[in-house]
Write a protein that binds this ligand. Structure first.
Ligand code: NAP
Length: 301
């Protein structure tokens, strides 16, 4: 199997950041017997050693410039607020435009801003991306070779992006059985604020608020499936989410304000004992949630 496109022969992939997302990509390519040679780098020597031990990468690199010069495509799988620093480190190895660069960051505006700050503009060989797949676990040991199977990956190339670079990154994700969609940076950040960032904010806030109650042990002791379902994502990595909220603050605030307005309406209905209003909200929500479940079932077959 190969991910080469006619315009861009592609034999070596570099992955910077071998946590859940980066190591899952390496593991997914390995599982599908890709002939790609995979070079890995991570700020933690222990993580690099573990990725080698698990057979996810062929070689661990401690020199990012060396990894970049030897790779046809480099995937940056580090926290979003670290991307600017990594761009700065890689810049000397990218100047000839031979290497395609992509990332997996959950916010795309911050990637565009970092690229403009470091390279003067978003370079033609940079294809920002975001796999809509993940979990509340992090680190190389959480890697899952099927993480991207039947999941979507959003790419946000700009008008100046080289189409052969976009085709190359698309082919990479399709090889691990993901479906690729193209979107603008701003639309991506608005949509993800609603579908991912807001739910995480609510889950973190709910668990934190209950954890401060004096009867918290009793509350958690008797919590059942509903609590577990709603709050699973509050176990996600705090550093990663700190970066995401700071990087997508405005879009998250906009959707949070709309949600709080709606919550006030629901609160008022409850306070007034307005069962019909509550029933209307719940019926509408159930209808929408059932529709969403059907879409999800169709997508995953
Ligand atoms: P993770 O499991 O914590 O992995 C990140 C890895 O990158 C860690 O091994 C970390 O090392 C390393 N790292 C951090 N800064 C680095 C740097 N400057 N240079 C080299 N390595 C560095 O996180 P993740 O869940 O894979 O998330 C990575 C990216 O994927 C983030 O941008 C996130 O927004 C995006 N993403 C995450 C999910 C999800 O559900 N988790 C889904 C889609 C996209 P240390 O352990 O030493 O910090």
């Amino acid at each position: 199997m190969t991910v080469s496109t006619p315009e861009r022969p592609f034999a070596t992939l570099g992955i910077v950041g071998l946590g859940l997302i980066g190591a899952s990509l390496a593991a997914a390519l390995r599982k599908r017997e890709s002939r790609l040679r995979i070079l890995g780098a991570d700020q933690s020597d222990a993580t690099l050693a573990r990725a080698l031990e698990l057979g996810y990468i062929d070689e661990g690199c401690t020199d990012l410039l060396d990894l970049c010069r030897r790779s046809d495509v480099v995937v940056l799988a580090v926290p979003v607020l670290s991307l600017r620093n990594v761009f700065e480190q890689l810049a000397p190895a990218l100047a000839d435009g031979r290497t395609v660069l992509t990332d997996v960051g959950s916010v795309k505006g911050v990637v565009r801003d970092a690229a403009e700050a470091v390279f003067g503009q978003v370079p033609a060989w940079l294809v920002p991306g975001h796999p809509i797949a993940g979990s509340e676990f992090s680190g190389v040991d959480a890697a899952n070779p099927d993480l991207y199977h039947c999941h979507q990956v959003i790419l946000t190339p700009g008008s100046d992006t080289d189409p052969t670079a976009t085709a190359c990154v698309r082919a990479l994700w399709e090889q691990v059985e993901a479906t690729v969609q193209l979107m603008t940076v701003d639309r991506h950040d608005e949509v993800l604020a609603a579908t991912s960032h807001l739910p995480h904010l609510l889950a973190f806030a709910l668990v934190d608020s209950l954890a401060q109650e004096s009867e918290k042990y009793e509350i958690f002791h008797y919590a059942a499936g509903g609590f577990r379902d709603f709050t699973r994502i509050a176990a996600s990595d705090p550093t990663m989410w700190h970066d995401i909220f700071l990087a997508n603050d405005q879009a998250t605030l906009d959707v949070l304000d709309r949600y709080m307005d709606h919550l006030h309406t629901v609160r008022a209905a409850l306070a007034a004992g307005d069962g019909e209003a509550l029933h209307t909200v719940f019926r509408r929500a159930k209808h929408a949630r059932d529709y969403f479940s059907r879409i999800l079932d169709e997508r995953t077959g």
